[in-house]
Design a protein around this ligand. Structure first.
Ligand code: AMP
Ligand code: ZN
Length: 466
């Protein structure tokens, strides 16, 4: 079956074929680790994971790099303002390296909660300073960059065409960026690739141009080239990357290698809140933990994301997320019922569902359409183990951890039990893990005396109120 993916560069869906052999090389712009990632950010990584899984299901192997930006991302994408890391460090009265470590760990925990596969290579910007310095040297040598008293700039006038990814006109493109900062810029839209560090900038490195730090755009170009070569298959990010960050990555690659670094550029649209922009200043950015406090699991948020195609805006509301939570539980219950079902389904019917599901995901990751097929199977009147197996096959792409459906439902039930019972259940789980059968039996008795029944199954223990 053919796989079609939209390419922002050509503005059309194209049939996907890897540049070389069976391996797909992907670069994803990762988080800037100065704060907790919010659910908007996670829409971007859920999309990234869907893409990986669809490629795998189509038989490809993957070499995927995601960067961690721990230096050089200024407050505005167009090189203005302070380094986000340094600002956060000052605010939290910590060292920027501590800030980076803390929020990188928090990010990794969150993507695990979402059952997002971690890309093969996680590249931290501060681990790649020599490669970045070398990249700047190449740009200078090739005549695409010049030095001023505050930075090394990319000379945009040297390119045959700029911008090429967005439909913007050149004078709309970051007009004025850093102009107030540096009067020595040749063209107003030239952007900094390497920034000379002010006295108080903590993250800085010795370089031929004095103590400096890399620009955010340069980081991705240098790390992408190091791991994936001069040209790779797919570059992903959010739509906010189109006009500046990715445009400038392309400019840098053309200056350094003469090539556009990726053949396909894929961008996920924004998650909005209550129909408007999601921003820290409006106080409407939510973390996964804040959703969990309101009884919305990370996986329910993921299911919520599947209600819209990745190239359309998605409006977040708590009501919408809560109904995704209910839907997720219904899907889990349906899976369990099918697993216990005895009906025999014709192989042709199964194959037909499989085909429709794959056609949907292979059509530029059409998750809402794919979910339509999932629900048809889940809600089918005939309860069959074949349908349970089919749902698990779909879950290789959905990644909703359906195989553990029973455990999630049980945990939710337990939350509604009185605290005293929850405590006893926890103690019994630990006793069983430690193979302390005597204690386990004693706790069973205690729980039963308080009006609950216990069943120990292959999947774990289930507790019900009598
Ligand atoms: P950042 O950590 O700010 O560099 O952003 C990480 C990723 O999240 C980038 O791919 C952004 O494009 C993406 N992103 C930021 N805000 C949103 C949003 N509201 N909806 C979807 N993606 C977003
Ligand atoms: Zn990037």
């Amino acid at each position: 079956m053919k796989l079609y993916l939209y390419n922002t560069l050509t503005k059309q869906k194209e049939e996907f074929k890897p540049l070389e052999g069976n391996e797909v090389r992907i670069y994803t712009c990762g988080p800037t680790v100065y704060n907790y990632a919010h659910i908007g950010n996670f829409r971007a990584y859920i999309f990234m994971d869907n893409l990986r899984r669809v490629l795998k299901k189509n038989g490809y192997t993957i070499k995927h790099v995601m960067n961690i930006t721990d230096v050089g991302h200024l407050e505005s994408d167009a090189d203005e303002g302070e380094d986000k890391m340094e600002k956060a460090a000052r605010k939290e009265k910590k060292n920027p390296y501590e800030i980076a470590k803390f929020y990188t760990e928090a990010f990794m925990q969150d993507i695990q909660k979402l059952h997002i596969d971690i890309p093969e290579i996680i590249a931290k910007a501060t681990d790649h300073i020599p490669e970045m310095e070398q990249y700047v040297e190449t740009l200078l040598k090739n005549g695409y960059a010049y030095e001023t008293s505050t930075a090394i700039y990319f000379d945009v006038s040297k390119l045959d065409k700029y911008p090429i990814l967005s439909n913007r006109k050149l004078d709309e493109q970051i007009a004025g960026a850093r102009v107030e900062v540096d009067q020595e810029k040749k063209n107003p839209y030239d952007f900094a690739v390497w920034i000379k560090a002010p006295e108080n900038h903590i993250m800085k490195w010795e370089s031929p141009w004095g103590l400096s730090y890399p620009g955010w755009h340069l980081e991705c170009s240098a790390m992408g080239r190091k791991y994936l070569g001069d040209q790779f298959d797919i570059h992903t990010g959010g739509v906010d990357h189109i006009p500046t960050h990715h445009e400038n990555e392309i400019a840098q690659s053309k200056g350094a290698t003469g090539k556009i670094p990726a053949k396909r550029w894929m961008h996920v649209e924004f998650l909005q809140v209550d129909g408007g922009k999601m921003s820290k200043s409006l106080g409407n950015t939510y973390t996964l933990a804040q959703l969990q406090e309101k009884g919305i699991e990370p996986l329910a948020y993921k299911l919520f994301c599947y209600t819209a195609h990745y190239r359309t805006k998605l409006n977040f509301t708590f009501a919408g997320a809560l109904s995704a939570q209910k839907a997720l539980n219904r899907l889990r219950e349906s899976y369990i019922k099918h697993k216990q079902g005895e009906e025999v389904i014709e192989e042709e019917t199964i194959q037909n569902y499989q085909k429709r599901f794959m056609e949907a995901v292979n059509d530029d990751l059409n998750m809402p359409l794919a979910m339509g097929v999932v629900w048809e199977v889940a809600r089918n009147e005939k309860k069959s183990k074949q349908y349970a197996k089919l749902l698990l096959a779909f879950d290789e792409i959905l990644a909703l951890d359906l195989k553990n459906a029973g455990n999630y439902l049980q945990e939710q039930k337990e939350v509604s039990f009185p605290e005293e019972i929850q405590k006893l259940i926890e103690e019994r789980k630990i006793a069983r893990q430690n193979k302390n059968w005597e204690l386990s039996d004693q706790l069973r008795k205690e729980i039963e005396e308080k009006g609950y029944t216990i069943k120990d199954t292959k999947e774990g223990m289930t507790v019900e109120k009598l």
